[in-house]
Each structure stands twice: as C-alpha cells, then as structure tokens.
Design a protein around this ligand. Structure first.
Ligand code: SAM
Length: 232
C-alpha cells in the first residue's frame, strides 16, 4: 500500500514550473553542475515533506520534518552534491549520514550507483524508508544506526556526505573512505561557525582538507558504540 501522502497528492500534481523556478534560483546562486540541476528539476521534494508544507517545498529553504529535524535547503543539497561529483572519477558507492526526509539521498540516487544512508531516529528512518521505496528508489539502502560510526559492513565508500554537523570529524568516516575517496561534511559547534569541509584520502593515507563556506546544520549526535550494533 502506498503511504497516504502519495495516494492523496500524486507526483504529477505539483507544477514542474515551481521546480524549474527553483533550479533557476540555484543557477543564480552559482550551482553550475547541469547533472545536479537536472536531478533537482525532477525530484518531488513536495512528497518528502508533510502535506501541510508541500506548497512551500520548492522554496529554497530548510523546512521542519518533525523530531526537531529539517529537510535540508535545496541550495546546500545541490552544492554538496556538486562537490561530491567533482573530479575525474565520479563516486559509485556513497554513504550519507543523516537520512532525514530522504531528499539528499533521492538527489544522489540517479547520479551514483549505490546510496547507503543512515538515520538515528527510528520513526524518521521507518517513514522515509517506506516513502523512498514507494517512490521507486531501488538503489537507496536505508539503515537505522548512529552514522558517526559510519557503516563498517558496507565500507569502503567512494564518497561520504554528512548532513548533520559534528564538532570534530568522526575518525570512522575517514577510515571508511576508499583510496581517492572524499568526505563532505559540515564541522563545528551548534550556534557557532560550522564550516563545510571536503576531505580527500590519497593512496598514502594522507588526508587533505579544503574548507569551503560557513553553513548551518543540525548536530550530529554521537551515541555509544553498543547502540551501533542495533543495525536494521
Ligand atoms: N539529508 C537530510 C534530508 O535531505 O532531509 C537532512 C536531514 S537533517 C538536516 C539531518 C539528519 O541527521 C536528521 O534526520 C538527524 O536525525 C540525523 N542525524 C543526526 N545525527 C545522526 C547520527 N549520529 N547518525 C545518523 N543520523 C543522524
């Protein structure tokens, strides 16, 4: 059975024009990656938020998704996805920490081979897993666990993208990068300056960090390790 909001709204009912306007706004803000813009123009963000917020889904803003969490702002999703795709060898196997609404995972889905995504809040994990499945995303694999420990059983990853901000980069995420892989992560204290970092791992296991712009994300919550054995 389809989740209720899919039944009620239907994908086709939201105007393509609103999504196109969003894409134009992203272009104006400096997003140049055409593949990313193309996916943004097709992804039904209105189905990934509460029905009451569906009319605001194509505003370039974060929106509440319950449990004190948010669906990320389209601009930052586009920006981080473009950073992830940069380089000669586009990533095939990607880990996302912080599934939330599933929007970032849905944007990655057509651009890479496999998306593994981890969420720590069980009701969010269950709802998003069902919705992504109903929407036909077959290369997105959802997990309930503390993503600050990465996802060891599926590692290594060509890229890891964190959509929640730790105060310091979790070592497990660095360890689970493939050689040549990259981690895209906002780092910093809540309420303070968080910086978007891209960290690459080379063949000699040297990590190079490039700091990009200041961003604002919800915190990455670190639980104790025993919780992480509770993978679903
Ligand atoms: N990618 C999401 C989207 O597109 O909607 C962003 C959601 S929100 C900004 C960040 C998410 O990270 C929240 O759902 C939160 O519960 C989750 N989160 C925070 N700490 C986490 C952790 N240690 N492991 C897994 N998920 C975590």
């Amino acid at each position: 059975m389809l989740p209720r909001k899919l039944d009620v709204q239907g994908i086709g009912m939201t105007s393509q024009r609103t999504r196109n306007r969003l894409v134009e706004r992203l272009r104006d803000k400096g997003i140049r990656n055409e593949a990313v813009l193309q996916v943004m123009s097709k992804t039904p963000r209105h189905l990934l938020v509460d029905e009451a917020l569906a009319s605001r889904a194509y505003e370039d803003t974060a929106l509440p998704i319950g449990h004190g969490q948010t669906i990320s702002q389209p601009y930052i999703v586009a920006r981080m996805t473009a950073l992830l795709l940069e380089g000669e060898q586009p990533p095939r196997k990607v880990l996302e920490v912080g599934t939330g609404s599933g929007y970032q995972a849905a944007i990655l889905s057509p651009l890479v081979e496999q998306v593994f995504t981890v969420e720590r809040i069980e009701p969010l994990y269950r709802a998003t897993r069902a919705l992504l499945h109903a929407l036909g995303y077959r290369n997105i694999h959802t997990y309930l666990s503390d993503g600050s420990w990465g996802l060891a059983r599926e590692a290594p990853f060509d890229a890891i993208i964190a959509t929640a901000a730790p105060e310091a980069v979790p070592p497990a995420l660095l360890e689970q990068l493939a050689i040549g892989g990259k981690l895209i992560i906002p780092v910093g204290k809540q309420g303070g300056a968080q910086m978007l970092q891209v960290i690459t791992r080379d063949a000699l296991e040297i990590y190079t960090t490039i700091e990009h712009e200041a961003v604002q994300f919800v915190p990455m919550i670190k639980e104790n390790q025993s919780r992480n054995t509770n993978l679903l």
